[in-house]
Design a protein around this ligand. Structure first.
Ligand SMILES: Nc1ncnc2c1ncn2[C@@H]1O[C@H](COP(=O)(O)OP(=O)(O)OP(=O)(O)O)[C@@H](O)[C@H]1O
Ligand SMILES: [Mg+2]
Length: 223
């Protein structure tokens, strides 16, 4: 489904990604781990078409990232590390705004249910009165409106309480099974990675990650 071939990216003289290659199948949940500054967000931004690699190529469902850019964008959902929602709008207004921006039409009832699935029950409240964790839940709900085939989540559960985190994890697992959504997920919470992910990609050759994940019989691929 997703095929990343020899992707490299540098910022000035700082080489962040060095000829990274991997493939992901539909319905797979992939953990992306590595220390601060390893290049996880850089890779996700490239996969989300927000940034471009210096070299290498990427294809999604046999479509090329450069040639078929518009169609690829429609297939993607991205939750950035920094929350991106409208602070002066209510939860309801945010959901309706982002629904209108897209191509898949959803009723207000379904939009509301999506928020409840993400354990967010503040439908009428203004976003600037919500906690950080609640805003993150809203960001997740917004990304799910258009039923992306590839979901890119950059630390989506930072600041989210353990109970909601588990429930969101169960929801994402179910989404991967029932809709064959492929999910790439970054987190510094190894318990979450162990529970949720089928395989783990590790940026950098720090043996630390490999050791803890191998204990759990996870397949770890070093990029
Ligand atoms: N726009 C940019 N300009 C210059 N350097 C950048 C830019 N974006 C990222 N970098 C650098 O690239 C490296 C990788 O950053 P990135 O944000 O991808 O790391 P990360 O693995 O997501 O880290 P974290 O776990 O802290 O989120 C860092 O050294 C960062 O300073
Ligand atoms: Mg990051």
């Amino acid at each position: 489904m997703l095929d990343v071939r020899k992707v490299s990216k540098a910022f000035g003289t700082h080489q962040v990604l060095k000829e990274i290659s991997f493939k992901i199948n539909p319905g797979e949940i992939i953990g992306l781990v590595g220390e601060n500054g390893a290049g996880k967000s850089t890779l996700l931004k490239i996969l989300a078409t927000i940034d471009r690699p210096d070299s290498g190529s990427i294809s999604l469902n046999n479509m090329d990232y450069i040639k078929d850019n518009k169609t690829i964008r429609k297939t993607l959902g991205f939750v950035p590390q920094d929350i991106a929602v409208w602070e002066d709008f209510s939860v309801e207004e945010n959901m309706i705004f982002f629904e209108k921006l897209g191509w898949v039409k959803k009723s207000k009832k379904i939009l509301h249910e999506l928020c409840l699935d993400m354990k967010l029950d503040r439908w009428k409240e203004k976003v600037n009165t919500l906690s950080g964790g609640m805003k993150r839940k809203l960001n997740l709900a917004i990304t799910l409106i258009h039923e992306p085939g590839l979901l890119l989540l950059d630390e989506p559960t930072v600041g989210i309480d353990l109970k909601s985190k588990n429930e969101i994890g169960t929801y994402l697992k179910n989404l991967a099974i029932t809709k064959q959504t492929a999910i790439i997920y970054t987190s510094h919470d190894m318990d979450e990675i162990k529970k949720l992910c089928d395989r783990v990609l590790c940026i950098g050759d720090d043996p630390f990650y490999e050791e803890i994940l191998k204990e759990n019989e996870k397949t770890v691929i070093t990029l």
